[in-house]
Design a protein around this ligand. Structure first.
Ligand code: ADP
Length: 465
């Protein structure tokens, strides 16, 4: 079975968040299950594309309304990823240093059209086309309604929703950018008066998955306007929990760490990494270290961070280290917190993230929305106790220490009070006997892709005629 994943992000080529990690890992694990998966993504101007060589497989023009754009399909020549990577090179639109911008309607429409134009030329077409989020969301519509893609109509399509907040809206006045289609089908593109790429994908894909079972249930109640649609289409929707790349995220071999460790050496291994962090960020190694890694946006609870941190630092003898970037107002608020037992790295740093998962004692995730969340799984793998709000995938993966077989700290809702209470509980737990024993236990929890990759393959098989 040949699967083609279509996505705006893929680790390690271009990553903004969890979408990249999933698209960069899932194909490898599907391969182990006998499915040949490959990935198509835009060709951005970044370190990966500059440092690797690509061969040109296809060279042509696409039309976007009345405009023509030159595009190439490039294939990565080395085999480092464990799957084939195809990049759509449209120099005028996609070859940028950033992944997302304010001109994304045109950029991602061009990406999707070029991808389908290329698929039309293939002798062996994929058995399944798997699109990720709204950036590839018009593909199922175009395959079923655009005249030029009629020959692709019978290829089953799967949409995975990683984040339903962003939906790829644009005006019906731009409908002429989509390759000509039967205008009676315009309703499939529409949601609430505008073209909505994610809604079109939910309507037209043969099957829809969300990245955790709880997220699917939540979306039926709160989905940035798409609730009724998800309820209506619920029969073709499944929640499949993401996994993590067990080889990339392995504290025994992770080259980014100061010291590697296993379940048996977790205490000394974590200490060495914590020592480096404390030295680098001027923190006290004797105090429990709470970390946050991620985007500074409302979904992650970031607007409350300065209040939470100031109160938690006053009430407890702890240190807090934050790695992330996002809303300018939040960055300013964080900069105003005195650098006593507190520090930040504002920016993106993959190596530092790994060291923080390894060296911190607790990982904070007071997310209001968390479709799956990968950080809590990385944190478990590296023996760091996650403190999470009971939402989405966090609810599906973390059990509170007060519950039977519990191993993390779970709060119900995101307020300064609730999060600081959870931090206080964690501080007490840090000094309890059970704490060190728990680290070995959490490291043994299996969140590798094995189960989830098999669930996807099972789903693909159910769609084949
Ligand atoms: P989301 O996709 O909503 O941002 P996820 O938990 O699904 O959240 O994935 C976040 C991924 O991005 C994790 O691999 C996390 O370590 C990484 N990450 C987020 N922000 C940063 C940052 N500033 N530096 C390094 N890694 C980051």
């Amino acid at each position: 079975m040949k699967i083609l994943h279509i996505s705006a992000e893929c680790f390690p080529i271009a990553k903004v968040g969890g979408l990249a990690d999933v698209v960069g890992a899932l194909p490898k694990y599907q391969k182990d299950l006998g499915a040949t998966s490959s990935v198509v993504m835009p060709y951005y101007n970044n370190t990966f594309t500059q440092n690797n060589t690509f061969e040109t497989l296809h060279d042509h023009y696409i039309s976007l309304g009345h405009e023509y754009y030159h595009f190439k399909v490039l294939k990565l020549t080395n085999h480092q990823l464990g799957f084939d990577l195809f990049c759509i090179d449209i120099p005028d639109l996609l070859y940028t240093e950033f992944v997302y911008s304010n001109a994304d309607t045109k950029r991602f429409l061009a990406f999707q059209i070029a991808t389908l134009d290329w698929i039309l030329t293939l002798k062996a077409t994929p058995d399944i086309i798997h699109v990720h989020d709204h950036h590839a969301g018009l593909i199922p519509f175009m395959m079923s309604c655009s005249f030029k893609y009629a020959s692709l109509k019978n290829i089953p399509t799967v949409l995975t929703i990683h984040n339903a907040q962003y939906q790829g809206w644009f005006s019906h006045a731009l409908a002429n950018l989509i390759p000509p289609f039967n205008y009676e089908k315009t309703g499939l593109l529409d949601w609430d008066g505008s073209i909505n790429s994610l809604a079109a994908a939910i309507k037209c894909a043969w099957s829809v998955t969300t990245v955790s079972p709880t997220y699917l249930e939540e979306l039926k109640i709160k989905a940035n306007g798409l609730e009724a649609l998800l309820q209506h289409e619920s029969k073709k929707c499944t929640g499949i929990l993401n996994g993590i790349d067990w080889n990339v995220w392995n504290p025994e071999t992770d080259e980014r760490l100061l010291k590697n460790f296993s379940k048996t050496t977790v205490i000394s291994g974590k200490k060495a990494n914590k020592k480096w962090l404390c030295k680098e960020f001027n923190l006290d190694i004797k105090k429990p270290l709470f970390a946050f890694i991620g985007r500074l946006v409302g979904e992650k609870g970031a607007d409350l961070f300065s209040d939470i941190f100031e109160q938690a630092l006053t009430e407890n003898k702890i240190s807090i280290l934050l790695l992330g970037s996002g809303h300018a107002a939040t960055e300013v608020e964080l900069a105003a917190i005195p650098k006593e037992n507190f520090n930040t790295f504002i920016g993106y740093d993959e190596k530092l993230a790994h060291i923080m998962y390894a060296g911190a004692d607790f990982l904070l995730m007071p997310s209001r929305v968390e479709p799956c969340g990968l950080n809590q799984m990385y944190s478990l793998r590296y023996g760091t106790v996650p403190i999470v709000n009971a939402t989405g995938g966090l609810k599906d993966t973390i059990i509170d220490i007060d519950e039977k077989a519990g191993f993390g700290i779970v709060h119900d809702g995101v307020t300064v009070e609730k999060v600081t209470t959870a931090i206080h509980k964690a501080t007490n737990y840090y000094h309890a006997k059970a704490f060190k024993k728990n680290l070995k236990r959490i490291m043994a929890i299996d969140h590798s892709w094995n189960n989830s990759a098999a669930a996807y393959v099972h789903l693909y098989k159910s769609l084949k005629h």
